[in-house]
Design a protein around this ligand. Structure first.
Ligand code: AMP
Length: 498
């Protein structure tokens, strides 16, 4: 099949040819005809499959007829992170270069007044992160009644980041007379229920089995004995980098504090490294990513902010400095390499007590990670039985848990999944206890955002609610630091069910 079989306009075909694509990817072959038919779509597809073009290409042609009015965008694309939103906006520029569509990008961390000015001129396409979109809406600069196509991208990531209540509110503001496209890399039951709520008689398109790493990523695991300071892991990381031909690498850490420590350590040892995490100002994030894309920076030490969707050409390595608590995060992290059919290597460093998390990853990907030893490092084994708690006390049960280093996002993920399940079923009272737990986990970000120049009203409200000193550098990176989801700011109600 060729792109011209997809009934795309001559202008879009020309733009696609300029991009160098010879044939549509499976998701493009399947999704484009349904989108042209006006059908709702439930797409189970990971980034890297050509998913973005599968909805941007037909949208450009559909939106070519008609004009946007001030403050009333004609289509809306929701993305969980600023980087993904910016990437989708770039896609519209690439594929829409022979059209005259106007677009607006509404994301946190950048001047809201500039974004509002663009909206005032009228936007055919609005690409947004949920928190900033709601801020702009609540200030009266946006009407969503004219949105005819709504795209909810990376729905499972939205769920993990606690954005679903915001997404639900946004969907309720969009006219029912719309076409809705929902994409998710995985289809857990909570996402299915959301799809039932948001989509009408959708066509379902599944391109790759969920949570399957690309075949051409060579994966390895190195177990080192820790010393409680991660010094041994940092030495192992340097040893790995020296023993590989690293063109460029993302180095993932679970905590933002470690992102800084690892980056500084590498720089001190003469490596060309920079860092990226959700508490950095948006301008700094953009600058670092641009330098990395241009090859000026070779090693980018990052939090899971970079795990999804980042499309960096020809990335040779993904190095996991920490074993992620959520096995899905592992798949997303290593999916940053071996893109577009290229080969890539993914090496993970584990401590013996990470055994249970490695086990979860191996169960998800359906194979054992080949072990590798490092010269100069005493061989170590994973301990199988301990599920080391990486979080604080269980806020639902009050059960004490050792305070170590579990990333809050994965706890949030589980809670968000059940919270979404509860809200989807209209059982708000059941969801409330989790909201309290999340508020605790999200607070560090509240502070960081409130202090940043791009902080929003929502952020500041969050800051005012902070009642005790915040040791933010010791907390896990939670999502992207984009905003505080509105539901976290609601006063919890005490349900009769307790
Ligand atoms: P995505 O899944 O949207 O993140 O896209 C992943 C990468 O695939 C991007 O770099 C796109 O530019 C590229 N891409 C999209 N469609 C095609 C295609 N039909 N052929 C080759 N590359 C493509």
């Amino acid at each position: 099949m060729t792109f011209s079989d997809l009934q795309l306009s001559e202008a879009v075909l020309r733009a696609v040819a300029d991009a160098g694509y010879s044939e549509p990817t499976p998701i493009q072959r399947e999704a484009v005809p349904y989108i042209f038919m006006g059908r709702d779509l439930l797409g189970c597809a990971q980034t890297g499959t050509g998913k973005t073009a599968s909805f941007t290409l037909p949208m450009i042609d559909i939106l070519a007829a008609g004009r946007a009015r001030a403050r009333m965008p004609r289509s809306l694309i929701l993305e969980p992170t600023r980087e993904l939103a910016a990437q989708v906006a770039d896609n519209f520029d690439t594929y829409g270069k022979y059209h005259k569509l106007s677009k607006a990008l509404i994301i946190g961390g950048e001047s809201m007044s500039d974004q509002i000015k663009v909206l005032e001129r009228g936007a055919d396409v609005l690409i947004a992160t949920p928190g900033r979109l709601i801020d702009v809406f609540d200030r009266g600069h946006l009407l969503l009644n004219d949105v005819k196509i709504l795209v909810i991208d990376e729905a499972d990531r939205m769920l993990d980041m606690g954005f679903i209540p915001d997404v639900e509110r946004i969907v309720s503001l969009v006219s029912r007379n719309r076409q809705t496209l929902l994409f998710s890399a995985t289809m857990p039951p909570a996402i299915r229920r959301l799809a039932d709520a948001f989509l009408t008689n959708p066509k379902e398109v599944v391109t790759a089995p969920p949570s399957t790493p690309a075949e051409n990523v060579v994966q390895e695991l190195i177990v080192v004995n820790g010393d409680g300071t991660h010094k041994a892991k940092r030495a192992a990381l340097r040893c790995i980098i020296d023993s590989e031909t690293v063109k460029n690498a993302l180095i993932f850490c679970n905590r933002k504090r470690d992102v800084g420590i690892v980056c500084r350590s590498l720089t001190r040892h003469g490596y060309n490294a920079a860092m990226l995490h959700g508490d950095m100002a948006q301008s700094a994030r953009t600058q670092v990513l641009d330098s990395f894309r241009r090859g000026e920076v070779t090693l980018l030490v990052c939090s899971d902010v970079a795990a999804r969707g980042l499309d960096i050409e020809d990335m040779s390595h993904v190095l996991n400095f920490d074993v992620p608590s959520s096995p899905e995060d592992y798949v997303h992290r290593i999916g940053r390499t071996a893109r577009a059919g290229r080969a890539g290597r993914a090496v993970m460093i584990a401590l013996p007590e990470d055994g249970i998390y490695v086990h979860d990853i191996e169960a998800l990907i359906g194979r054992a990670l080949p072990r590798r030893s490092l010269a100069g490092f005493e061989p170590a084994e994973l301990t199988a039985s301990t599920r080391r708690r990486r979080g604080r006390a269980n806020t639902r049960t009050g059960a004490p848990q050792p305070r170590t280093e579990r990333p809050a996002r994965s706890r949030s993920a589980a809670q968000n999944r059940s919270a979404a399940t509860a809200t989807a079923a209209g059982a708000e009272a059941v969801a409330q206890p989790q909201v309290n737990g999340l508020a605790e986990a999200e607070r560090p970000q509240v502070r960081a955002n409130a202090l940043s120049p791009g902080a929003t009203d929502t952020d500041r409200k969050g800051e005012r609610r902070r009642t005790r000193p915040n040791r933010e550098s010791e907390r896990a990176v939670v999502g992207m630091g984009d905003h505080v989801p509105a539901f976290l700011l609601r006063k919890p109600t005490i349900s009769s069910k307790g």
